[in-house]
Design a protein around this ligand. Sequence first.
Ligand code: FAD
Length: 294
Amino acid sequence: MKIKNMYNKETPLISFEIFPPKKETNIESIYNTIDVLSGLNPDFISVTYGAGGSNDSSKTTKIASIIKNKYNIEALAHLTCITSTKDDIENTLNTFKKNNINNILALRGDLPSNFSKSNKLEYGYASDLIAHIKNNQDFSIGAACYPEGHIDCKSLHTDLLNLRHKVNVGAEFLITQLFFDNEYFYKFKENLQELKITVPVSIGIMPVINKNQVLRITSLCGTTLPDKFKRMINKYENNPEALKEAGIAYATEQIIDLISYGTDGIHLYTMNKPEIAQKILSNISYIRNTNKIS
Ligand code: FAD
């Protein structure tokens, strides 16, 4: 099924993100993760695509294929384009199709460390990839969006105009970058309305379980850390169990507020820790079935 059609449900979609293990030898560990996540009845599970400019799609394809064909859950395969040729992209799209994968999160990818502006690129932006998929193949296409603005972009307004272009050329749904202050999202929704960007938006939520990990990720993507969040990670940084409990509570509180506001979907960045997703979903077992539009 195409993910764009799933947003017609009355309740918000619940989805998870997982990533392929770095070492091929650890690929088995992901099967246990999928097994637990499948029991939580998600609407779809997304699988990330080699970060840092790699364009090896084999692990993403293998894992997305298991989600779709073994567990019968919709798979969303991420696909980046910054270092790819048109032939690479066509080969990957054909492999996705052969594996019954019908949904793609089309991304530019982060610029590789050796990137120079003089590099000749076949795809400069995600919008180039989105247009290519839309014009050549039959997939439901999602794109990334950034409630606080993308870190490379000089202004939030310019980033929003670039987002509108992605939607105009074929993005059918959006998934947000993580954030820890819901007010950014509420302002972002107003901006989308002003620009008449009406496609559904799933909200990316990352439960925090490790201080260094969250500081590394947020420094890369420029997410604001609210004072209460900073107090929490500083207070419990040396007590992993307490930080996990607090991180789950923080994410739960964010999600309850977002569902109360009215949202199309919640997308949990699971960091391949299915037990965290399990706890959060158990915290919102009744709230999850609340109408999407409040
Ligand atoms: P784009 O939409 O192309 O935007 C990149 C920058 O270019 C922005 O600043 C934008 O404002 C600007 N821009 C866009 N169009 C134009 C234009 N025409 N002219 C000038 N400027 C323009 N990375 C991975 O490597 N693998 C993953 O699996 C992955 N999954 C992700 C999932 C989500 C939900 C999110 C939010 C991010 C993910 N990323 C992933 C990270 C992503 O690749 C980076 O954030 C990347 O830097 C931007 O990707 P994009 O698709 O948003 O790019």
